[in-house]
Design a protein around this ligand. Structure first.
Ligand code: HEM
Length: 409
């Protein structure tokens, strides 16, 4: 009998990036608390939830890390520039999240539906005559960027200015052991550029407040000790980047999954009421955020393993979403599944603030895409993935079509 190959969990491996799911299957079945140089990796749904819901034992603040390679390379700078609340614990996390959460409730987001539909229709009108287009550049990227910029109050013409900075900082989510001094320098420069940009915009809004999120945050800052200037800047940066770099991958990964499962594409085309469950299934099946991490702040046990303060762990969302103990036939892409218990948006106090917005954007974009184009097909067999480790998304997705219909209204 041949001995099984050891499991290699290496997010830097190009093959892994194309398809990490065979490794996840083995982790789930054979080694659900997997030892790696950057901490233990949890793949089971139950264990990931146990960590994410327990913010008393598990911190999101990297300053609590005590492992070699996990020293925050931008630590001091971030303390001056402001830490986004994604990387903070209560009470600061609670206070900062509360200030922006009103703008992202499902009820508020529903009011944005007509505008999101209009943005999607215009983008698809622009390619309808062409016979082919590139889904990421022509649809998936601009939709969330325009929407989040309008919510925040960033002039629409400025997207190109901060596209590069946003890319740079999205990569800062990847584990520190993989970065070098030059990367750190570029990231710090991107933060400075963002802050310079926002300082100018904030000065304008202070003179002339508008009905946008930035003006609301400025009002909170001006009220006194609810929000400092670095907090205002880091919150604006967080929302702009989160709005840029994640939903693009929901639309991109969703388009690819539908094209690779033509029966599911037909189902959605024939029954638009499936848009909601289709988006939940894309989020489960190929999540845009593949994992997140936490750091123990007290002694704690998970799945029989002991952790000491300072130890980091990874919760593998992409694996947990295919845990057979939670999802029947988890490898099957089935848009009628109607199960939103996936961990694509995390769990617990850091549960994605933008989830209602991302869902609506995904529903509108994927529905319009399958409804408007006949004979939609992939123009490459193996589309290329972007460089990020934590964020899973395609660099480009060229598609062809045989006919295009006009927008619905
Ligand atoms: C499909 C798209 C998206 C996915 C898959 C996604 C995923 C996630 C995940 C997994 C977390 C939790 C991270 C953790 O616990 O460590 C998170 C947090 C967050 N997301 Fe999203 N996100 C998406 C879209 C958005 C959008 C459009 C916004 C726009 C505002 C946004 C804003 C945030 C913020 C502010 C947090 C931090 C919440 C906190 O720390 O309390 N996300 N997201």
């Amino acid at each position: 009998m041949t001995q099984a190959e050891p499991i290699v969990f290496n997010p830097l491996d190009p093959g892994f990036r194309v398809d990490p799911y065979p490794v996840y299957r083995r982790l789930l079945a054979e080694d659900p608390v997997h030892e790696t140089p950057f901490g233990r990796v949890f793949s089971r749904y139950e264990d990931c939830v146990a960590v994410l819901k327990d913010h008393r034992h598990w911190s999101s603040d990297i300053r609590n890390a005590a492992q070699p390679g996990f020293e925050p390379p931008m630590g001091d700078f971030l303390d001056v520039a402001g830490r986004p609340f994604l990387f903070l614990d209560p009470p600061d996390h609670t206070r900062l999240r509360r200030l922006v959460s009103k703008a992202f409730t499902p009820r508020v987001v529903e009011t944005l539906r007509p505008r999101i539909q209009q943005i999607v229709d215009e983008l698809l009108d622009a390619v309808a005559e062409k016979g082919s287009f590139e889904v990421i550049e022509d649809l998936a990227y601009p939709v969330p960027v325009v929407v989040i910029s309008e919510m925040l109050g960033v002039p629409p013409g400025d997207h190109e200015t901060f596209r590069g900075w946003s890319r740079e900082l999205a990569q800062a989510l990847d584990p520190n052991p993989f970065i070098d001094a030059e990367t750190v320098r570029r990231r710090l420069a991107a933060i400075e550029s963002f802050d310079e940009y926002f300082r100018r915009l904030i000065a304008e809004r202070k003179k002339e407040p508008r009905d946008d999120l930035l003006s609301a945050l400025i009002a909170a800052e001006e009220e006194g000790d609810r929000l400092t200037e670095p907090e205002l800047l880091s919150t604006a940066r967080l929302i702009l980047i989160a709005g840029h770099e994640t939903t693009v991958n929901l639309i991109g990964n969703g388009t690819l999954a539908l094209l690779r499962h033509p029966d599911q594409l037909r189902l959605l085309r024939d029954d638009p009421s499936l848009a909601k469950s289709a988006v939940e299934e894309v989020l489960r099946y190929d999540p845009p955020v593949q994992y997140t991490g936490r750091i123990a702040v007290e002694e704690v046990e998970v799945a029989g393993a002991q952790f000491k303060p300072g130890q980091s762990v990874v919760t593998l969302i992409g694996a947990a979403n295919r845990d057979p103990a939670q999802f029947e036939d988890p490898e099957r892409f089935d848009i009628t599944r109607d199960d939103d218990r996936h961990l694509a948006f995390g769990f617990g106090i850091h549960y994605c603030l933008g989830a209602p917005l991302a869902r609506v954007e995904g529903q509108i974009a994927l529905s319009a895409l399958v409804r408007r184009f006949d004979g939609l097909e992939l123009l490459v067999d193996r589309p290329e993935y972007g460089k990020n480790i934590v964020l899973r998304g395609l660099a480009a997705l060229p598609v062809g079509f045989s006919g295009a219909a006009a927008a619905a209204n």
